[in-house]
Write a protein that binds this ligand. Structure first.
Ligand SMILES: O=C(O)CCC(=O)C(=O)O
Length: 328
């Protein structure tokens, strides 16, 4: 975890809004950002790899059509004729088709009860001993994979899963961050693409793992099938409040208002994921999703979310206008 990430895990004050603070952190992580130079040249960005970066920097991208293969107009023909696709069992092929069409797929009972129980035990023990804790949201345990081998090797870097994700994006994925929850997030609808963004667009993917059976009262995950085909929303599409030197302090709230408006305008269908322990839902970077209200007092909702960037894309954070610092 970078120095800034460590500090900002708990901190919610004014420094969060200063672009200069991020620039300092970028310089401290020079080793991980310098490799972006080649990508910046390729995608027509003429600024330092330590500077703030955002959607507006890609207006002159000469390669803006380099979308992931399952987002291209010819995707259906590409998919059905792909030998790797044909080698998947029929039930996985059905789910991959769903991913293309609806922006998500589900792997039933992908993780076994022993591993999910062990991970829950690890989380409880680490919370109790203070070896981990919730970040400023009070709900998310950030990057447990760094301190738990089980979280890292069995879940975050699971080879079968990362191979599947690489297949879906058409490029090798780089495990980027993990979030563990013991109760529902109640987070309003959003797409990951505003928080973890790529150029070309679409080279991020996520897994949502149920670590226990999830019921209606525990604030299950909700998602909006097909919303991945809507235009990507950037800070230019809502009142971010960003200035030359600052990030708007209400940017996230205004973004979520904007998404709520889009959902209502388009009349998007909302589905609830009443997962069984071990189930995995994979979502497209632009699929809208949310944590629903917790209606049963004291309900737990143990789950883990893992985010993956793809190789050879510029990875950044549109909302905070920062380049992403990848762990490798
Ligand atoms: O698990 C949830 O309730 C939502 C998690 C989420 O939205 C995310 O990690 O992007």
């Amino acid at each position: 975890m970078s120095l800034l990430q460590r500090i900002f895990q708990k901190y919610t004050g004014v420094l969060r809004s200063l672009k200069a603070v991020y620039v300092i952190n970028n310089v401290l992580n020079a080793g991980k950002l310098l490799r972006n130079r080649t990508l910046y040249r390729h995608y027509g960005v003429s600024k330092s790899v330590f500077s703030p970066i955002g959607f507006s920097d890609f207006k002159h991208n000469p390669h803006s059509d380099e979308a992931p293969w399952l987002d291209r107009p010819e995707r259906l023909v590409l998919l059905e004729n792909n030998p790797e696709f044909q080698a998947f069992p029929p039930e996985i092929q059905t789910e991959i088709r769903r991913f293309e069409r609806e922006g998500y797929m589900i792997l039933n009972r992908f993780f076994n009860p022993e591993d999910t129980s062990q991970l829950n035990k690890t989380v409880d023990e680490m919370l109790e001993s203070g070896k981990t804790g919730y970040n400023y949201t009070g709900r998310k345990i950030f990057n447990l994979w760094e301190s738990s081998e089980l979280a890292r090797e069995c879940f975050f870097r699971n080879p079968e899963l990362t191979n599947l994700l690489s297949f879906l994006l058409g490029r090798r994925v780089i495990p980027f961050q993990s979030l563990n929850f013991t109760r529902g997030s109640e987070q309003r609808a959003h797409s990951d693409a505003i928080h973890m963004t790529t150029q070309p667009q679409g080279f991020l993917i996520a897994t949502w793992i149920a670590l226990e059976d999830i019921d209606e009262g525990s604030g299950p995950l909700a998602y909006y099938p097909g919303s991945h085909r809507l235009p990507f929303v950037s800070t230019e599409d809502y009142n971010s409040g960003n200035g030359t030197f600052t990030i708007g302090s209400d940017s996230n709230r205004h973004y979520e208002d904007k998404i709520e408006e889009i959902i209502a305008q388009k009349g998007l269908e909302k589905r609830i994921f009443l997962a069984k322990r071990g189930d995995v839902l994979i979502w497209h970077s632009n699929l809208l999703h949310a944590g629903t209200r917790i209606t049963r007092e004291g309900a737990t909702r143990r789950s883990m979310v893992c985010h993956y960037y793809a190789e050879n894309a510029i990875c950044y954070h549109e909302m905070s206008q920062r380049p992403a610092i990848l762990p490798v």
